[in-house]
Design a protein around this ligand. Structure first.
Ligand code: XIL
Length: 445
């Protein structure tokens, strides 16, 4: 049993010229290096996961590495539409449950992957269209998210819905042809079915600022402004031999919209500087406070879907590669603490509490507020913040504000007013000037 000791100190220095680092964002320094990926990531409140296959859980080398190194799992195929609803209305969760139970019994987070996707659809869904497909798709989201309710850390609600290339628009698919609002319909259905899972949009070729990632960015910004429930964006990061220079900046611009970011399917072709690329990805996540974790898409090279590319952290025999060591070192170097892991607000016996995490720059800020119910369920909440003079709220998402300067109150919107005992939700607002510094007040009812 490794001993974890960590020391934390407030980061007071600015991260880059002109950037004022968020109040309350801490940097972890590790007094003692952890010796596994999961334990090391946990020192900064993050997870380090792997995609796993139910059919390999009988392989002792495989499960040995899995239980030793990783504190999150994603089913590589077992929770996809073709696996969970092979014929319409008949659901099979046997293999998905095996992944879930493997993760939960090991104390790991489980990422659900993926509720809706143009690929790996069952044949019956491929042949549907229009309202019949829309109804079937939303029913699928509801049924699968309900089956796993309360057990999934984050769902990839929609996977790979944007087109490659310069358009920045949606990918054509049978789902897209049911209407552009299919993505938000899916997110709303997932929220209704499992209010505690983080709901992610997940895609590839989004590893830098490009037309595709900007299309997704604009969708997330729109969802936030209209109160469509979205909590996170997954960056698959199936990388070749290089990494875009603006990889970290791209993660940060999404985080600044008020969502978590996660590296969801990392693998890197061997041949170039594989260890260096892995280290760069890890450092980027560690530097972005809302980057909550990294998942590699398989354990040994022989487990990878990228046959012959040897893109993973362990060789065919299960030995650690140089890339493994570079990731471990980057994790042990510490980083900013994910805001979501520091966000349990003080409730001091009250009906609800709120905490704020701030991203600020010269002249403006984005505030993400987490609201948590006390020991009883609540039906409606109001959070009050005090802004410094000269500051003003310019927009809010997932809440409605009264006032824009001085003392500003935020009322829940329709979907996020009801919280179970201990349940939480997030809203955000953007403003000019400096953000609030004191802990917000929360009242229920
Ligand atoms: C891949 C699996 O690894 C393969 O076993 C399967 O044959 C095809 O799908 N993006 C995704 C993942 O979101 O679900 C894909 O997984 C890899 C690309």
């Amino acid at each position: 049993m490794p001993l974890f000791r960590k020391s934390r100190s407030l980061l007071l220095a600015s991260a880059a010229a002109g950037i004022v680092v968020a109040a309350g964002v801490a940097v972890t320094g590790t007094a003692e290096a952890a010796s596994t990926l999961g334990a090391s990531a946990a020192q900064s409140g993050r997870y380090f996961g792997a995609a796993i296959a139910a059919g390999k859980l009988g392989d002792g080398t495989y499960t040995g590495i899995l239980t030793r190194e990783f504190n999150a799992v994603t089913p590589e195929n077992e929770m996809k539409w073709d696996a969970t609803e092979p014929s319409q209305g008949r659901f099979t969760f046997t293999n998905g449950d095996r992944i879930l139970n493997q993760g939960l019994s090991n104390g790991s987070k489980v990422r659900g992957h993926a509720l809706l996707w143009h690929a790996q659809q069952p044949g019956w869904a491929q042949s549907l269209s229009g309202s019949a497909l829309r109804t079937a798709a939303i029913n699928h989201v509801t049924q699968v998210a309900t089956h796993y309710k309360g057990k999934i850390y984050a769902w990839d609600v929609v996977n790979e819905a944007f087109a490659d290339g310069g358009s920045g628009g949606r990918r054509d698919s049978n789902l897209q042809r049911t209407g552009n609002d299919w993505i938000e319909a899916a997110f709303r259905a997932a929220r209704a079915a499992d209010p505690n899972a983080k709901l992610c949009y997940n895609d590839y070729n989004t590893d830098g600022v490009n037309a595709k990632s900007t299309g997704i960015y604009n969708m997330v910004r729109d969802f936030k402004s209209r109160g469509v429930p979205i909590d996170c964006v997954g960056f698959q990061s199936h990388l070749g031999t290089g990494i875009p220079g603006d990889y970290q900046a791209n993660l940060q611009r999404f985080a600044d919209l008020g969502v978590d970011v996660q590296i969801t399917e990392l693998d890197v072709a061997q041949g170039g500087n594989q260890a260096g690329v892995y280290a760069s990805v890890t450092r980027a996540c560690m530097a972005v406070s809302r980057c909550t974790g990294i998942t590699v898409w398989g354990i040994r090279d022989s487990d990878s879907w990228r046959t012959g590319e040897n893109p993973l952290l362990f060789d065919n025999s299960g030995n650690k590669k140089a890339a493994y060591t570079s990731v471990l070192n980057a994790l042990n170097a510490g980083g900013t603490t994910p805001s979501s892991s520091t966000s349990a607000p003080p409730q001091s016996g009250g009906a609800c509490g709120a905490s704020v995490s701030l991203n600020s720059w010269n002249g403006g800020f984005v505030a993400t507020v987490r609201v948590i119910a006390g020991s009883a369920p609540i039906n409606g909440w109001t959070v009050t913040v005090t802004l410094p003079s000269g500051s003003a709220v310019t927009s809010a998402w997932s809440a409605t504000n009264t006032g824009t300067t001085g003392t500003v109150s935020f009322r829940n919107v329709a979907y996020n007013g009801q919280l179970a005992a201990g349940g939480a939700t997030e809203f955000g607002f953007q403003g000019t000037g400096a953000g609030p510094t004191a802990t917000p007040a929360c009242s229920a009812g």
